[in-house]
Design a protein around this ligand. Structure first.
Ligand code: TYM
Length: 337
């Protein structure tokens, strides 16, 4: 492929907040999609440390510093290739914070108060920081800085990407066409993996850190995976058809489907009449097999933080000029330059 051809590939941007325990939901909904499609796109994958700061009571400086490195290693261990994709830390490119301010000034408060993630996160806090409310504006800045065409995310981020589109359109109304309007890229099945201990809630990095039975971590040992799957909530029926399964069983079937790539009829035939013991045994094997190379690569990468640091600095240096150019365009449009 000639460099000139590569320039015309659609731009993909996505990110993960470096907090909590990275789990198979993050892998299925986001990382595996990023990795699989890398050769088709111009890829930018960010570790969004500024987003992590929206809960300062929970996120200590040392914790955040460690998590950023851990998540960078996990990106690469899951197949993100630094040769094909820029990997960088959000705070290394100051344009993210600066564009956020400019976008704050065109975003109606009501749009932010309506965000379901804001409502659920703020509900459990005594006092709510401004950063938590403006969280989706920072996310919009992340996406819009890079002329992003596609944003591969799990289902829970759908509303934030739609808000990004709304902000881009409102900006165009006020100041003229300035941004590329991004599209969502969401997988048909597996975009919302549920908690293994409670299939009524989404599998989450923060709950995974608090409750070992909630999630399968990307670097969990085989013994831990076996125990967690064995304890996963099912029911007393023996129903292993997707359409008729209870929430817990459907979740296990969906994880199996996403990791195996098998069709639903093939999976239903595989588990027909076998009961949940069989499903759990085979799912455990599949998880162990999928995660073993990820754990190994992660451990190797964590022994050499210098290599990771170079990858992250190179990624930031590669994307910063694009971000700067967008920021200049936005400031000019608004009369700031
Ligand atoms: P975060 O860190 O909560 O999640 C990272 C990615 O994993 C997906 N995901 C899931 N997918 C399937 N099942 C689940 N249970 C599950 N849990 C999480 C998320 O949808 C996401 O794709 N605000 C974002 C980070 C962000 C971002 C961005 C994403 C900041 N700027 C710009 C895209 C573009 C977040 O907190 O994701």
């Amino acid at each position: 492929m000639q460099p000139s051809e590569a320039k015309h590939k659609p731009v993909v941007f996505s990110g993960i907040q470096p907090t909590g325990k990275m789990h198979i939901g993050n892998y299925i909904g986001a990382l595996s999609v990023w990795a699989e499609n890398q050769s088709k796109y111009d890829n930018i994958f960010c570790i969004v440390d500024l987003h992590a700061l929206t809960i300062p009571e929970a996120i200590k400086p040392e914790y955040l510093r460690h998590k950023v490195v851990e998540f960078a290693a996990l990106y690469i261990a899951c197949g993100i290739d630094p040769e094909q994709s820029a990997i960088f830390i959000q705070s290394h490119v100051p344009a993210h914070a600066e564009l956020t301010w400019l976008l704050n000034c065109v975003t109606p408060l009501g749009w932010l108060e309506r965000m379901t993630q804001y409502k659920s996160k703020s509900a459990h806090q005594e006092s709510v920081g401004t950063g938590l409310l403006a969280y989706p504006v920072l996310q919009a800045a992340d996406i819009l800085l890079y002329n992003t065409n596609l944003v591969p995310v799990g289902d829970d981020q759908r509303q934030h990407v739609e808000l990004t589109r709304d902000i881009a359109q409102r900006f165009a109304f006020l100041y003229g066409e300035t941004f590329v309007t991004p599209e969502l890229l969401i997988r048909r099945s597996g975009a919302r993996i549920m908690g293994l201990d409670d299939p009524t809630v989404k599998m989450s990095k923060s709950l995974g850190e608090q409750r070992p039975e909630h999630s399968i971590g990307l670097v969990d040992e085989p013994g831990v995976i076996r125990r967690t799957v064995a304890r996963a909530v099912t029911d007393t029926a023996r129903e292993t058809r997707f359409e008729h399964a209870s929430a817990g069983v459907l979740n296990l079937l969906t994880i199996y489907e996403a990791l195996s790539g098998e069709t639903r009829p093939a999976i239903e035939a595989r588990f027909a009449g076998g009961g949940y013991g069989d499903l759990k045994r085979q799912l455990t094997e599949l998880l162990v097999e999928t995660l073993a190379p990820i754990r190994k690569r992660y451990q190797d990468l964590m022994t050499d933080p210098t290599e990771l640091d170079i990858i992250l600095r190179t990624g930031a240096a590669k994307v910063a000029p694009v971000a700067e150019a967008t920021l200049t365009r936005v400031k000019r449009a608004m009369g700031c330059a």
